[in-house]
Design a protein around this ligand. Structure first.
Ligand code: TYD
Ligand code: MG
Length: 453
């Protein structure tokens, strides 16, 4: 009976598991990718717990909390996304397309940590030590305290970590690391999964913080996402914006901080530089004002962010006009158009409607409803929205403007960036005036349209 479970069949492309061999993987439809995998002999012992110690029951109130110690990466934006620094003993997966700057960011963070006296180790399986040394030189990073290891065997990596006892380790990348416990091809999902699990156990046992680099595949998912996401404590993704100079680091999962937290960087010839004022990044407010553009303030993780929403409404030449939204939910736009027709008396049924969020950022919040609607109306009527006006609020199906969270902080951010007028939900009207900002509180779509120009 036990013997039967020692063999599994795994697709080397997508990582799907089968109990028997198949010629074609029924998940990813690839041929000849399902391979027999002998499961590691030590697998049974693993159920004991991370440290291999016998499991004991304890009171929640008596659990040792001292482990939640955090180290700074020396990069404020990076710390923020991680949840105020690196948690000791945590496993963080950092994803991104090739060239996004994952290696650059981690090398910069390690150099800063090392300069602060924290023992660090950079394990590279992709680039040679020379290449990394050259990068450090180009970035003018102090290289004396960064220990380097070119290795892809997870057992060897653990052995070296045992000797060197680093506090922060970078594995660049997890996709090239393999484990003896897994007999499938290096690079396959089961190899990646086995290696990641081993490293995670190591991190927990020794209270070492480990960053694993993971490449993002064509369809924008981390390779083997289902197999790695649940293993790691935090999953952050570094991506480019429309403006190729900028990079956004986003926490998709974080056991120690807020999900959706964003960090902003600019890629310069001296590596990644923090963007201290990200709101400025997303406002393309130069040149002559054009119709269809409205600014809103969204809440990203733990802070407000100003973004510009552009809309274009043109008469359709076909009987089936297009509705396209980039950076926003398309269905939400369709709903807003229906509300606009019903309660605002402005029909767009025979028009094509395009909505775009400037800067390549994605807005998930319904607080951007009002700005999107205002942009659409502005384009429809070809009238420019004053540049110093800002809009936020959720729009309900009966044309009411509903309040959003953190109203005051949003208004302060707007005032900080020189906005003079804010059209907001009545329920969000602040108790005290915000300096330099005229507040126009509206309760319905009709009221909002009245105050528009
Ligand atoms: P890299 O960190 O190697 O990306 P990843 O590890 O995510 O694949 O970054 C590579 C890109 O960054 C490459 O296109 C060159 C660019 N870059 C700069 O513009 N400036 C720099 O100082 C460095 C080191 C890289
Ligand atoms: Mg790299």
């Amino acid at each position: 009976m036990a013997k039967k479970q020692e063999i599994a069949f795994v697709c080397t492309d997508c990582g799907a598991d089968y109990t028997r061999w198949l010629g074609q993987c029924s998940v990813c439809k690839e041929w000849n990718t399902v391979k027999e995998v002998r499961l590691g002999r030590n697998r049974g012992g693993r159920t004991v717990g991370y440290s291999g110690k016998r499991s004991t029951v304890q009171l929640l109130s008596e659990v040792d909390r001292s482990q939640a110690e955090r180290l700074s990466t020396g990069i404020t934006e990076f710390d923020r996304v991680l949840g105020q620094g690196i948690v000791c003993g945590s496993m963080v997966l950092i994803g991104g397309a090739p060239g996004a700057g994952k290696s650059t960011l981690l090398l910069q963070a390690l150099a800063k940590s090392a300069a602060g006296g924290i023992p660090v180790l950079y394990v590279s399986g992709e680039e040679s030590p020379q290449q990394i040394a050259e990068r450090a030189d180009r970035l003018e990073l102090p290289a004396d305290n960064i220990k380097m290891l070119a290795e892809t065997s997870v057992e060897e990596i653990c052995k070296v970590m045992d000797q060197e006892k680093p506090q922060v380790v970078v594995i660049d990348s997890i996709q090239v690391v393999h484990s003896r416990a897994s007999e499938s091809a290096p690079g396959s999902i089961s190899q990646v999964r086995e290696s990641a699990a081993t490293l995670t156990r190591y991190a927990k046992e020794t209270n070492t913080s480990i960053f694993m680099v993971g490449h993002v595949t064509k369809d924008q998912s981390l390779a083997g996402p289902m197999t790695l996401s649940h293993i790691v404590d935090a999953q952050v993704v570094l991506s480019s914006t429309d403006d190729a100079r900028y990079r956004i680091l986003r926490a998709d999962k974080n056991r120690f901080g807020s999900v959706g937290e964003l960090g902003f960087f600019a890629m310069t010839d001296r590596g990644l530089k923090e963007v201290k004022n990200p709101s400025a990044m997303f406002l393309s407010r130069s040149g002559t004002p054009a119709s269809g553009s409205a600014v809103t303030v969204v809440w990203e993780g733990t802070r407000p962010l100003l973004v510009e929403i552009q809309a274009l409404v043109t008469e359709s030449q076909s009987g089936n006009p297009r509705r396209l939204a980039v950076g926003m939910d398309q269905n939400r736009i369709a709903m807003l158009l229906a509300v606009l027709a019903k309660h605002g008396g402005l029909a767009t049924a025979s028009d094509e409607v395009y909505v775009n969020v400037v800067g390549g950022i994605r807005v998930y919040e319904t607080s951007s409803d009002l700005a999107a609607m205002v942009g659409i109306v502005s384009s429809l009527q070809d009238r420019v929205i004053p540049h110093d006006s800002l809009f936020f609020g959720e729009i309900g199906l009966s044309g009411e403007i509903r309040p959003v969270a953190n109203g005051e902080a949003r208004l302060k951010e707007a005032a900080k960036h020189g906005f003079r007028r804010a059209v907001i939900p009545r329920a969000n009207a602040p108790q005290r005036p915000v300096k330099g900002l005229e507040i126009v509180a509206v309760a319905s779509l009709v009221e909002a349209l009245e105050v528009l120009y």
